[in-house]
Design a binder for this molecule. Structure first.
Ligand SMILES: [Zn+2]
Length: 454
């Protein structure tokens, strides 16, 4: 089995149970697994490959718990720049109706490349729109080429405008077909094993785009196969109003009624979750993906993350779709999580180390995994390194761990995913970024300027 030795790192942030930070540390990896973490004299001296990371900080690969990668094609669309959630969606739906399988593939690769360069080694994606023959398989193929650890969520929309939902009727799918395709994807791709590179998630889009029946049936299907469940919940005030008016329930009550609580469930946003909802989620181990940039961009509000953490709710960081955060930078999102909690709840509401915890062990808990998010023997070999001698960190080296979150987010210098070096000297090794960006921009232009589908 191929071995890899990392040595001389200035500091290794383990996020292990003791939250050790090891000065002048190293990591010994065999295949896709960490064998040893410690100071230089505790590790083997040789390996098939040796990486000297003096001057670098090493942290567990960051985990992104919410994204819509296809939206990378529709950043900064003028008609949706200054809207709240529902208006923003309504303006974008006609554009997304023109998506093609090639666009899904290319935008997924672009989004993953951006995530990778920002420190992400595991990402979920929520694809809920399937026009013109698009399939989740297109995203899965993109992920396997690039090498990111992937939780692919089979999203869906089934209630169109004519039945009181938000999306245009032509964009919704038949519920039986949604369930059948979800089952096909689970049977074809889902790997439940340790160090799995690909898991399927059942993920109806949101209370205002699907029926209660689809939520319930998706939960049954997911649990019969042991896969996780994901959706949007309590994102904006209008979202909560919709839940009260249509179901006479708060979003948390709605989730509970339909069986959408438990360690195998995570909800995006929960900006407007009430206190009973927080306690319900804490009691049941239901996870939350916190997406601060998108919440600020759409003026959705400030999620009570401090309160969630104190109550014991599993919380991870999500960059959310690129049409509402206009970036897919997990380290930048981690920084915003820390800053936004302070705006809402004071300077002690979140420390840099707590923010980093959400992006690592927090994300792992949300995705219901115990093999990623920390650097310790027996864990997956997913880690990233940042060169501390860069201008971003000049003058901040009295506390390099906090500097990573407080200072302007830098690109990773090295990224190792499942034991493979996917970023070396700031360059992605698995794909050629220049042609990818060019192709992405060509497709984005086609998508946004083409005549809307009538
Ligand atoms: Zn979202």
């Amino acid at each position: 089995m191929r071995s890899l030795l990392i040595r001389n790192a200035d500091v290794i942030v383990t996020m292990d149970s003791a939250r050790r930070e090891i000065a002048h540390g190293g990591i010994f990896i065999e295949g896709n697994r960490i064998v040893a973490v410690g100071s230089g004299d505790e590790l083997p001296t040789n390996a098939d490959e040796v990486l000297d990371l003096s001057g670098h900080i090493v942290v567990p690969g960051l985990i992104n718990t919410h994204h819509h990668m296809f939206q990378s094609l529709t950043r900064v669309v003028p008609a949706s720049q200054n809207e709240e959630l529902f208006g923003w969606l309504t303006n974008l739906f006609p554009i997304w109706a023109k998506l093609t399988p090639e666009m899904i593939f290319v935008s997924t690769q672009t989004a993953m490349a951006e995530l990778l360069l920002s420190g992400c080694t595991t990402s979920s994606d929520h694809l809920y729109i399937y026009p013109n023959g698009c399939r989740l398989d297109d995203s899965i193929e993109a992920a396997s080429e690039i090498g990111l650890r992937f939780h692919a969520s089979r999203g869906s929309m089934s209630i169109g405008e004519s039945r009181g939902g938000l999306p245009p009727d032509r964009l919704v799918e038949d519920e039986a077909a949604i369930l059948k395709d979800t089952q096909r994807l689970i049977e074809t791709y889902h790997d439940a094993g340790r160090f799995s590179m690909l898991r399927i998630v059942a993920a109806p889009c949101s209370p205002y785009t699907v029926s209660e029946d689809l939520m319930r049936e998706s939960a049954h299907l997911a649990r019969s196969y042991g896969v996780s469940l994901h959706t949007h919940l309590a994102e904006s005030v209008k979202d909560v109003d919709y839940s009260r008016e249509r179901f006479n329930l708060t979003p948390a009550e709605y989730a509970e009624k339909l069986g959408w609580v438990g360690r195998d469930v995570w909800h995006a946003h929960c900006v407007h979750i009430d206190e009973p909802g927080i306690h319900l989620f804490a009691r049941t181990g239901t996870g939350i993906a916190h997406c601060p940039c998108s919440n600020m961009r759409l003026a959705s509000g400030i999620a009570p993350v401090r309160q969630m953490i104190c109550a014991g709710v599993p919380v991870g960081i999500g960059v959310d779709g690129s049409a509402s955060s206009d970036s897919g930078d997990i380290l930048a999102e981690t920084r915003q999580a820390m800053l936004l909690q302070r705006v809402g709840f004071g300077p002690r509401a979140m420390s840099a180390r707590e923010a980093l915890e959400l992006a690592t062990v927090g994300g792992a808990r949300v995705l219901n995994r115990d093999d990623i998010g920390a650097l310790a023997p027996g864990m997956a070999a997913d880690l990233v390194a940042f060169n501390l001698n860069r201008i971003e960190y000049a003058g901040a080296l009295h506390d390099p761990v906090s500097a990573l979150v407080f200072c302007a987010p830098a690109r990773v210098d090295y990224s190792i995913v499942n034991g493979r070096v996917l970023v070396r000297d700031r360059q992605i090794t698995s794909i050629d970024l220049g042609p990818l960006v060019e192709r992405h921009n060509r497709l984005a232009r086609t998508l946004v300027t083409a005549q809307p589908v009538s």
